[in-house]
Design a protein around this ligand. Structure first.
Ligand code: OMP
Length: 249
């Protein structure tokens, strides 16, 4: 079953477009693993996928660590996304993609900045051969992102256009599954949707803690919301996930 189908099925079953960013921190790896699993389990009826980041990978390691969280996600019928933000030369990207695929991740996030040749080509090759999805950063959610993602740039003889528009087109051309566009930028979401049509799923982080509005992002064209702190820092995380899900149903 492809990632696309897995997330669509989970989204339909749980009536949710929320991807949980499971970015807990804890000085004790044992406690961190336990808390992360408890949270994932409790929030699982209200989300459609889980995304792991370096908070868990660096604290728990992959084997006998993060792998058990990926396994739990699968037991809960949820796909797992690795937020690797791959941005290196080919052989290093290839190693990371293969390793995360071996752990069981269903999708991986990469940056388009490194380009295709000896950059993302091996990421797509490995991911495609293993039935994994690639999601590309098209416009990040933090205020500082504007400087470069909105930069006007030319490709060859063409007219100058914002870099993010070129990333959106590359994501379509490279057959990425999805694009990350910050919920903090609804007008950018609208433009990416216009450029990509239905060829990309749009994932929007930055809801709540970073000031983005869930409804506005979805209205602008996002398919999924990536949400961390507004859920896991709430007194009752499951309730927070349920409430947000219901708000944007
Ligand atoms: P909260 O701000 O706590 O909801 O977390 C957002 C999550 O999305 C974190 O895991 C970030 O690393 C991630 N993220 C962004 O916040 N902004 C982006 O532009 C891209 C990502 C991402 O790639 O997921």
């Amino acid at each position: 079953v492809s990632f696309e189908e897995r997330i669509r099925n989970a989204s339909q079953t749980n009536k949710s477009r929320i991807v949980l960013a499971l970015d807990l921190e804890d000085p004790s790896p044992e406690r961190l693993a336990r808390r992360s699993k408890e949270l994932l389990e409790k929030a699982s009826p209200f989300i459609c996928a889980v995304k792991l980041n370096r908070q868990l990978v660096l604290s728990l390691g992959l084997r006998n660590g993060v792998d058990s969280i990926v396994e739990l996600a699968h037991e809960l019928s949820l796909p797992a996304i690795m937020d690797a933000k791959l941005n290196d030369v080919g052989h290093t990207n290839e190693f990371m993609t293969r390793t995360y695929a071996d752990i069981g991740f269903d999708a991986i996030i990469a940056s388009p900045v490194v380009g295709w040749d000896d950059g993302l080509e091996p990421v797509f090759r490995v991911a495609n051969s293993r039935g994994k999805a690639v999601i590309l950063l098209v416009y990040m959610s933090n205020p500082g992102a504007e400087v470069f993602y909105s930069l006007m740039a030319t490709q060859g003889q063409g007219p100058a256009r914002p870099v993010f528009e070129q990333f959106a087109e590359l994501a379509v051309q490279w057959k990425a599954h999805g694009a990350i566009v910050g919920a903090t930028k609804p007008e950018v979401i609208r433009r990416v949707r216009q450029l990509a049509g239905d060829k990309l799923r749009i994932y929007s982080p930055g809801v709540g803690a970073q000031g983005g509005d869930a409804k506005r992002a979805l209205e602008a064209g996002s398919d999924y919301l990536i949400v961390g702190r507004s859920i896991y820092q709430a007194t009752n995380a499951a309730k927070a996930a349920e409430q947000l899900r219901n708000e944007v149903l």
